[in-house]
Write a protein that binds this ligand. Structure first.
Ligand SMILES: [Zn+2]
Length: 404
């Protein structure tokens, strides 16, 4: 089959060699982590897991997370505390807030009502880098210090940044892409490291503003009205002097900055794509000296079918949403990174998705803040909706078809 051939070819070219030498040294670490997961967890961890995943999804005695569901809990921007087959995984690591960047885009951490310490207390086995800007990985050092057994995975540049930042504990960061890997490079996470879960990474571009903002306007984000209107998030939750700082917030994050990974995570027939940022991937898409943006659609098309796509909708022009949607063809789309002013983008988003060609139009679930922060989003990976060849014609006004 054409897609399989392409998939294997890309994997052979890009990954087999660099990973082969490193798997062994991480195996022991993950084995140890798995053993730890079977022991009773601390009251603090059980409580944090209940907070993020919901009381129904966490064993109150052991802290084990329900294994027959995929569970996501939004902590703002593009970050999620997630569980796949009961394995706790962080997709980025940030509790949304200003964090010391003083760009005025986020209100106080009180708005979400959680803390970096509570995030760290969930005791993840695995932490995936989307990209390292402070509003994505700003709490990674805190999480790593509290969870030295957790495996961190990113590009060589991202691993170098966290290894330089956290030197007081011993932990492992797996470089799934070598430094300066081309965009569109595909890499598979070693399957035995997280049993029963398939994970694939694609090097992809960070967002960038549209070349012609009039013809291809971005969706509204952090709009002035949201930040100044009485009674809204910024008025109710002004940034305090004692807000916890994010990792390298004053420089918008560590040097690896815009280097970005798209992750596809699979359980059985169910496949989720997570993009904490999304940049142009067709036409004159090259930015910032990174090469290969035009190969990203082919890389996406080489992946197993994506069911659910969670992706940033900010900064880039609307055409970027259409390009990625066409390449990944998800059944369901959850826009992210709209933060505390999300509802200013909601109408435009709905209209834009409705305008996509009918055979490329996903159903959309809009995440609203603050109501959807820390609210478990639950998928049954065995549901008929995800099975190959059963791609139904979803009408986006029938959300009851999904178990949420
Ligand atoms: Zn960014």
């Amino acid at each position: 089959m054409e897609t399989k051939t392409s998939w294997r070819r890309i994997l052979r070219m890009s990954l087999a060699v660099p990973l082969a030498g490193t798997i062994g040294s991480f195996w022991t670490q993950i084995e140890a982590a798995s053993v730890n997961q079977q022991q009773s967890l601390s009251a603090e961890t059980i409580s944090a897991r209940q907070r993020f995943f919901g009381l129904d999804n966490v064993d109150p005695k052991t802290g084990a997370v329900r294994a027959n569901r995929v569970i996501l809990s939004w902590t703002g921007v593009s970050s999620f505390v997630a569980a796949f087959r009961g394995h706790v995984v962080l997709l980025d690591a940030y509790i949304v807030r200003d964090g010391g960047a003083s760009v005025g885009i986020w209100p106080s951490i009180q708005y979400i009502g959680s803390t970096p310490e509570e995030l760290a207390a969930v005791k993840p086995e695995l932490i995936l880098f989307g990209h390292s800007h402070f509003d994505h990985m700003g709490d990674l050092p805190t999480v790593v210090r509290a969870n030295p057994d957790a495996l961190v995975v990113g590009t060589a540049e991202q691993c170098m940044d966290i290894e330089e930042e956290v030197t007081d504990v011993s932990f492992h960061c797996l470089s799934i892409f070598e430094a300066n890997a081309d965009l569109g490079t595909v890499a598979e996470f070693p399957r035995h490291l997280l049993p029963g879960v398939g994970i694939t990474a694609v090097k992809q571009p960070h967002s960038s503003g549209p070349a012609d903002p009039e013809a291809d306007p971005p969706f509204p984000w952090a709009v002035e009205g949201c930040r100044t209107f009485p009674g809204l998030a910024f008025d109710q939750f002004p940034v305090g002097d004692d807000e916890p700082l994010a990792w390298d917030a004053e420089t918008f994050g560590p040097p690896s900055g815009v280097i970005s990974i798209m992750w596809q995570i699979r359980v059985g027939h169910f496949a989720l794509a997570w993009q904490d940022t999304a940049g142009p991937i067709t036409g004159a898409c090259q930015r910032r000296g990174e090469v290969g943006c035009e190969t990203v659609p082919e890389a996406f098309a080489s992946l197993p079918e994506t069911d659910v796509r969670l992706a940033s909708i900010v900064v880039a022009g609307r055409s970027v949403l259409a390009e990625h949607n066409e390449a990944l063809a998800p059944k369901l789309f959850l826009p992210i990174h709209h933060d505390a002013c999300g509802y200013f983008a909601k109408k435009d988003l709905e209209e834009f998705v409705a305008s996509l060609p009918e055979d490329q139009r996903p159903m959309m679930w809009f995440l609203s803040d603050p109501g959807d922060y820390l609210r478990p989003i639950v998928f049954d990976p065995r549901a008929k909706a995800w099975r190959d060849g059963a791609r139904p014609h979803w009408s986006w006004d029938q959300p009851d078809d999904f178990d949420r």
